[in-house]
Design a protein around this ligand. Structure first.
Ligand SMILES: Nc1ncnc2c1ncn2[C@@H]1O[C@H](COP(=O)(O)OP(=O)(O)OP(=O)(O)O)[C@@H](O)[C@H]1O
Length: 532
């Protein structure tokens, strides 16, 4: 991979000398509107070669290399939810859950992905990013088919077409997409009936958020205390699951409630198209008349006009005691790109964090997944010892854990007696990723103070001499990119500094790196030393 990780917008990631396929060009438009699958006669079939261990392994290595190159923060933001959808001899197709992510990867990283793929598998001539629908484990999808559920638009569900608002006269539960297509008003994204409170595993790290979510869904006397309810967590810890469980909870109790679930990107797209088509008023009127608004991935809300519409919408809903629930990857006061009026309104309710799951929660999740998977494959038998081993070693998020479980199920079909050693081989990358996340702020402070020859005490002190300020800022920057800690947490570990001081340090160092290649190299070296 080249030293620079910026791709050029709109350049199809096809190696020169091979004919440019229309599908690749489409995949690079990234307009957030078009069909993510982008069609075309030359596309590989969805199930081509996927699951072939060589391709899966190559994809995992590519992810590991991207992570090492970009740092945990940047990687998690853009690639944390990247999945391999299909791969043939010449085309690798990956998916992300939103059009926004697809667009960003296409305009910034597509060439790097192309390079990495061709280094791994020289025959790959083209890479594509498509948008998939709400996440769902393959095992669950097969279970649906077995139960004769209406066919779902699974992995190729384009965000822009995934539209749904609960029609007042329709039953709430069941296959949301089938109901949408049958005539629901087109406003929100689909609500997946598999995400419920009942299958949400409860533990120390999510107990309070779960209780608040239940209260918001019950709409009882307590609900006003949680309005707006703001849930934040880093990737894969259950925000979407909880938000959708609220929607399902409300709809199962009162099917006529008007519930709208939207990702922030979809909200932006919906408003932008309504403004363009001169029907913003109708959209606003419809939205102002709902009972429950749920917005996911709030960190992506951008644009002055859209934010002002959003502000107006939540003001109207909150002022008339309608429930608003929002999720993001950070607390409201850290959503710096948000209009201060929106931020302040979001801060007016309650903001709760979901932390990483502990061992008991992880084991419970694996057991739950195994029980479900066994319903469709009676021969499936993964020992308790293996489940405990995985729960002990894959610790970062439920999504990683789910990925680990799916790999085990896949392997089980041709290696029924999985030993612990084999499990380690198979899940090696997941365990390694996890190790990366265990970097402690103290390790960073120690490495930086040694490198710049300043004492750790000085680094944490109030002294402002240049010799101390620069290493302090560098250490804060490294803490931000190498650990999952929030700005306030980092501030606390640096002598009780405010989160804005940490933010200033991070920006300052980013600016210095952009201008000073020598410093950039020095920091790369430091990063490697800390990660070892
Ligand atoms: N407490 C839980 N109990 C059971 N399953 C969970 C729990 N938390 C998360 N999961 C599962 O883990 C997967 C990832 O969760 P989810 O998509 O809700 O995470 P997220 O926080 O929204 O991540 P992102 O920020 O990347 O969108 C989902 O399949 C979800 O069902």
């Amino acid at each position: 991979m080249g030293g620079q990780l910026e791709g050029k917008a709109g350049i199809p990631a096809i190696i020169a000398g091979h004919s440019a396929k229309p599908s690749a060009a489409n995949a690079n438009k990234g307009d957030g509107v078009s069909d993510g699958s982008s069609g075309g006669p030359e596309h590989p079939k969805m199930d081509d070669n996927v699951g072939t261990p060589a391709y899966e392994a190559a994809f995992e290595r590519i992810r590991t290399r991207l992570r090492a190159k970009l740092g945990a923060d940047v990687y998690n933001s853009w690639f944390g939810r990247l999945k391999l959808e299909s791969a043939t001899r010449s085309v690798a197709r990956m998916s992300v859950p939103t059009a926004f992510l697809r667009s960003w990867i296409n305009s910034h990283y597509i060439n790097d992905l192309m390079t990495l793929w061709s280094e791994e598998i020289p025959d790959i001539m083209q890479v594509e990013i498509v948008v998939r629908s709400a996440t769902k484990a393959p095992a669950q999808m097969r279970a649906d088919d077995a139960k004769g559920a209406a066919p779902r638009k699974t992995s190729m569900q384009p965000v822009a077409r995934a539209v749904f608002a609960q029609d007042r006269n329709k039953p709430a539960r069941g296959n949301a997409l089938a109901e949408n297509n049958a005539g629901g008003k087109l406003i929100g994204s689909p609500i997946d009936s598999h995400y419920t409170f009942d299958n949400f595993i409860e533990g120390k790290s999510n107990r309070v958020s779960l209780a608040a979510a239940r209260a918001a869904a019950d709409q009882g006397a307590n609900a006003a205390r949680f309005n707006p309810l703001f849930i934040y967590a880093s990737v894969g810890l259950g925000k979407t699951h909880l938000l959708q469980a609220i929607a399902n909870g409300v709809l199962s109790a009162e099917p006529k409630k008007r519930v709208v679930y939207l990702t922030a990107e979809y909200f932006m797209w919906r408003f932008a198209s309504a403004i363009r088509d001169n029907n913003a008023l109708t959209l606003k009127e419809t939205l102002h008349d709902i009972d429950l608004l749920i917005i996911d991935d709030m960190q992506f809300l951008q644009g002055k006009k859209i934010q002002s519409e959003f502000c107006h919408l939540i003001n109207t809903l909150l002022d008339s005691a309608r429930q608003v629930v929002v999720a993001a990857d950070r607390p409201p006061h850290e959503l710096e790109s948000l209009d201060p009026r929106v931020r302040s309104r979001l801060q007016g309710g309650v903001a709760l964090e979901i932390g990483a799951p502990d061992y008991e929660m992880r084991l419970a999740m694996l057991q739950q997944r195994l029980e479900n998977a066994k319903k469709e494959d009676l021969t499936l038998d993964i020992s308790t010892e293996v489940l405990e081993h995985v729960a002990k070693n894959v610790t970062s998020s439920f999504r990683e854990l789910e990925g680990a479980f799916n790999q085990l199920v896949f392997r089980h079909s041709f290696e029924p007696d999985l030993s612990i050693e084999r499990v380690d081989d198979i899940l090696g990358h997941l365990v390694r990723v996890d190790d990366n996340r265990k970097i402690r702020i103290e390790d960073i402070q120690r490495a930086v103070s040694r490198h710049y020859n300043v004492s750790r005490t000085d680094m944490l002190s109030n002294r402002r001499t240049r010799q101390i300020v620069k290493p302090r800022q560098i250490a804060m920057y490294l803490a931000k990119i190498l650990t999952p800690r929030s700005l306030p947490e980092i501030g606390r570990r640096f002598g009780g500094r405010d989160h804005t001081t940490v933010l200033h340090a991070v920006r300052k160092v980013e600016g210095m790196i952009a201008e000073d290649a020598k410093l950039a190299k020095e920091l790369e070296l430091l990063k490697r030393l800390i990660e070892e």
